[in-house]
Write a protein that binds this ligand. Structure first.
Ligand SMILES: Nc1ncnc2c1ncn2[C@@H]1O[C@H](COP(=O)(O)OP(=O)(O)OP(=O)(O)O)[C@@H](O)[C@H]1O
Length: 317
């Protein structure tokens, strides 16, 4: 049986709105509709989609916070909403936007509280704490209250907190949001090592395509509550035909750049934006531009998730 098994899942919210002084209207929002997917142990899956697509609602059902309206759902063989306490021992959850740590307590005390809540055996707790503190470089912050930590330190604290009880599944909701490039890189490296060492299954919600590129072999795209793509990131790019962008600053304004393998999308004074296919190497395009034009500066922009999804729709997938 897959570790996560979702079939025909539905979740509807009833929304009541005031329509005049007394009258209220009642409408239904179908947040998740006919959603089916499964995840095997050790997979790292990106769960992506536009705002309001139903990602958080799915994660809340997977963790047992919300009860499905219909459909079937099994996580580690358990029914999440009915067996929430048992499930809590098997999963970890990290939210990039808010902390699950105690704001006024030093990190060390938050961890100690979690040891008691999850009844983690002493030896295992010590071993895990030492390992995560070392890998996440948190040694100097253990005695600092959470409210005094930087965003990156707090996030590393939150990840440690979510992992102390050895969960088989880790749900991460925008884990790298607001972090600088170095902190993002370090966090991704840690998650890769965790998956390799412990086969921890990762379900990752993010708007940062580089998180997915660095971590996930598989992406599930959800829109209007249902899965519209399930496969590799390469396959998603290929279906959507999304492109990367070469931003060229010319020394002087001029006509649109004309080089093989790329097309000009926008011109603003001496700056021009050229698109080229994601799967193609940037090197020949850069070389052709540099050989034929007076270039002051060049940079490459990767597509973000919204671009990829937009492309997917524009191709009618
Ligand atoms: N408690 C609720 N009551 C009413 N409607 C809700 C509730 N929670 C979510 N919704 C609606 O369900 C839909 C899916 O919301 P959800 O938060 O799951 O999307 P999301 O993909 O996580 O979005 P985002 O990327 O913006 O976080 C939206 O239309 C949202 O307004």
């Amino acid at each position: 049986m897959p570790l996560i098994d979702v079939s025909g899942l539905e979740r509807t919210f009833v929304v009541r709105r005031r329509a005049g002084f007394v009258r209220r209207t009642r409408s239904e929002v179908r947040a998740v509709h006919d959603l089916t997917f499964s995840v095997e142990t050790g997979e790292m899956v990106g769960y992506i989609g536009p705002n309001g697509a139903g990602k958080s609602t799915t994660i809340k059902m997977l963790t047992g916070i919300l009860v499905p309206t219909a459909g079937s759902l099994r996580v580690a063989g358990l029914d999440p909403s009915r067996q929430r306490t048992q499930l809590a021992q098997r999963i970890g959850v990290v939210f990039g936007q808010r902390t699950t740590l105690w704001w006024d307590l030093p990190l060390r005390d938050s961890f100690e509280l979690l040891r008691k809540i999850y009844r983690i055996p002493d030896a295992r707790y010590r071993e895990n704490l030492d390992r995560f503190v070392e890998l996440l470089d948190l040694g100097d912050q253990l005695d600092t209250p959470v409210r005094q930590l930087s965003l990156g330190q707090r996030m590393r604290g939150d990840i440690t907190a979510a992992l102390l009880h050895d969960p088989e599944i880790l749900y991460l909701d925008e884990p790298t949001i607001g972090l600088d490039v170095v902190s993002k890189g370090r966090l991704r490296e840690f998650l890769r090592a965790l998956n390799a060492e412990r086969s921890t299954t990762l379900l990752l919600t993010t708007h940062d395509l580089q998180d997915i590129e660095a971590l996930c072999d598989r992406v599930i795209v959800i829109d209007h509550g249902t899965s519209v793509y399930d496969g590799s990131l390469g396959g998603l790019h290929a279906q959507g035909g999304s492109s990367r962008t070469l931003v060229v600053d010319l020394v002087d304004e001029g006509p649109p750049i004309d080089v093989p393998g790329a097309w000009v999308r926008k011109v603003e004074g001496p700056r021009q934006w050229l698109s080229f296919p994601t799967e193609a190497s940037a090197a020949p395009v850069v070389a052709a531009v540099a050989a034929a034009y007076d270039v002051a500066d060049l940079s490459i922009q990767e597509p973000d998730i919204e671009d990829v999804i937009r492309d997917l729709y524009s191709r009618g997938a």
